[in-house]
Ligand binder design. Structure first.
Ligand SMILES: [Zn+2]
Length: 314
């Protein structure tokens, strides 16, 4: 057990001290403002950008393929891969010349092995360190997600300890990301798993329509809750006595993340034998991958204003 200041008493949450330290940090270190308020404006802005991109690509394609432009109203993909900073995770890849639209939804899963460096996280009586175990879990979760066709970015791959903001920035810097932070608790029934999402909180935008970095999660709490429930449902199938749905908790790491974001916590570092935790790894990896895959259709940008019968995702 790791009794650090801010440690929660066992009760409502089996939650590590880092998970529970929301709202205690002072003003955000970054002065960055995110254009995420109101959220509809941002989503429309994003959809607008995407449409402009589509129009641009289509125009370029049409110029090179004049004879084909009247054959279909559907947007055709270029016959050669378009240059892009974010690789498309479509699986399997389309055959050359196959008609397909670029994916505008969920592209990247940012996976966050919590703690690291001098922050060992929760520690068990058998010398089990949360900061090390989450790396093992993350490695398997990454593979399971990649098998589902997702691109995966890890916030750390070794024993370093990026700041909360640096970890969030991995998701905030790109479109189409979800964020999953992984923890091993010091309490809770061994062999169970829980998913936490931020409770709703107001974005508190200023007159510029921007919201501060430390409220970045505000527009995404609804999508985060949906993602959390889907992942937790998969965890509950594999780990009996786990809750059926996601729970609300003011998780510091989620607060600064401008994307659907969840915390998954495995119980616990207090197992008698490390092998008990290791046995959970495949099930946790599979549950997260299946949950994110089930969430993928929900992660749809709304259509532009005035375009009938499209989108509508809150
Ligand atoms: Zn933790």
């Amino acid at each position: 057990m790791h009794h650090a200041p801010g440690f929660r008493e066992p009760g409502a949450f089996a939650i590590c001290e880092s998970l529970g330290t929301a709202f205690t940090e002072a003003a955000p270190r970054f002065g960055i403002l995110l254009p995420v308020s109101p959220n509809v404006r941002t989503l429309r802005f994003t959809a607008g950008l995407a449409l402009l991109l589509l129009v641009g690509i289509a125009a370029g394609w049409a110029t090179q393929n004049k004879l084909q432009t009247t054959s279909s109203r559907q947007f055709p993909a270029p016959s050669t891969p378009a240059p892009s900073s974010v690789p498309s995770p479509t699986s399997p890849p389309p055959a050359p010349g196959q008609m397909t639209a670029p994916r505008m939804g969920l592209n990247v899963v940012v996976l966050d092995p919590a703690h690291g460096g001098t922050d060992l996280g929760a520690r068990g009586t058998q010398g089990i360190r949360e900061s090390e175990v989450v790396l093992q879990f993350s490695d398997q979760v990454k593979r399971a997600l990649e098998a589902q066709g997702f691109q995966v970015a890890l916030t750390r791959e070794g024993n370093d300890n990026p700041s909360f903001d640096d970890r969030s920035a991995r998701a905030n810097a790109q479109r189409g990301a979800v964020f999953i932070t992984l923890h091993i608790s010091s309490i809770g029934l061994p062999g169970t798993a829980r998913t936490y999402v931020m409770p709703e909180f107001p974005p508190a935008s200023d007159i510029s329509g921007l919201i501060p970095w430390d409220r970045a999660q505000a527009p995404f709490t609804g999508l985060s809750h949906k993602l959390g429930d889907l992942v937790q449902a998969e965890l509950a199938k594999r780990f009996r006595a786990s809750p059926a749905t996601a729970e609300f908790a003011p998780v510091r790491q989620l607060r600064t993340t401008a994307a659907p974001a969840i915390a998954v916590e495995i119980s616990s570092v207090s197992v008698e034998n490390r092998a008990e935790l290791d046995r959970m790894i495949p099930g946790v990896a599979d549950a997260i991958a299946q949950g994110v895959a089930a969430f993928r259709p929900s992660y749809v940008l709304p259509a532009l204003p005035g375009a009938p019968g499209q989108g509508g995702q809150p």
